[in-house]
Design a binder for this molecule. Structure first.
Ligand code: PAF
Length: 284
């Protein structure tokens, strides 16, 4: 496994592999790898000749009062996990090589970036789209692997790839959960034992919504109100949003009359967690 820090170097290396007919799969990450990331790496391994993983805690996607400085950076363990999962190349750039002092170009996927998490985190998706555009230009993969956990991010990146004609297939893999339902996230590391327990309410609320839809409830406002009621019973939980939205436009739905995405952002103590569930129309 090669660890490469310089953008031009990895571009050159992968260009030569591509000329030899190798198919390249790419998993972008901010490190602190867990089973969710590893499921993406495993899929990329199965579907490609070469697997590249980037580890870069992207400052452009953190707001001034967010957790950039305390974001976990267990690099040694991340590299071990990459090696164990047969990653060929790890791209490990520093801030300066990604954002030199003269940097002044940003990618903004309009409308989609201002909804849901974009409301509480202004500029977040601009930072995500910008870094992913840069990474795609540096790596030039055939396939890009993302997790459904960050559903809005996946929709935004798909839109950017389509609008800006990036020659890459975007593949989104299901959320990986603990047995108790908690969606895996690098930020779960911030939770203490009582908060971990309280955090289970996210999946419980999503499951409740799914079950209500399965039993014929079609009124989104009623379903959301039931979810909020359940979450409100946990004293550590503060809801940022609970929404039922269209899978592509991410616009709120009033009536459940097609497939939908039920999504949540909830602060548990000081930690903001997100989770979601796709519900197929007519599914029990
Ligand atoms: O999902 C993440 O970890 C990040 O948002 C990404 C896609 C690696 C961009 O920094």
């Amino acid at each position: 496994m090669k660890v490469i820090r310089i953008p031009a170097k990895i571009t050159k290396l992968l260009a030569s592999a591509r000329h030899k007919g190798k198919r390249i799969g790419f998993v972008p990450t901010m490190g602190a790898l867990h089973q969710g990331h590893l499921s993406l790496i495993t899929r990329a391994r199965q579907e490609n000749d070469l697997v590249a993983v980037s580890i870069f805690v992207n400052p452009a996607q953190f707001g001034p009062r967010e957790d950039l400085n305390k974001y976990p950076r267990p690099l040694k363990n991340d590299l071990l996990l990459c090696r164990k999962h047969k990653v060929d190349l790890v791209f490990l750039p520093d801030n300066k090589s990604m954002y030199p002092a003269s940097f002044s170009t940003f990618v903004n996927v309009e409308k989609l970036s201002d909804l849901l998490c974009g409301l509480a985190r202004p500029g977040h998706f601009r930072g995500v789209a910008t870094v992913v555009a840069k990474l795609l230009n540096i790596i030039r993969p055939d396939a890009l692997y993302l997790g459904q956990k960050d559903a809005q991010q996946a929709v935004i990146i798909k839109k950017m790839v389509c609008d800006l004609n990036f020659p890459v297939k975007v593949k989104v893999s299901p959320i990986v959960r603990q047995e108790d339902g908690l969606a895996l996230s690098s930020r779960n590391a911030y939770l203490n034992a009582a908060e971990k327990d309280a955090a289970l309410v996210l999946f419980k609320a999503l499951s409740l919504a799914k079950s209500l839809i399965g039993h014929g409830q079609r009124d989104a406002a009623r379903i959301i109100s039931k979810m909020k009621e359940l979450i409100g019973r946990k004293k550590q939980a503060h809801i940022d949003y609970a929404a039922i939205v269209d899978l592509e436009s991410l616009q709120g739905m009033k009536k459940i009359n097609r497939d939908c995405l039920i999504c949540l952002a909830v602060k548990i103590g000081k930690t903001r967690l997100i989770d979601n569930l796709v519900v197929k129309y007519g599914e029990k």
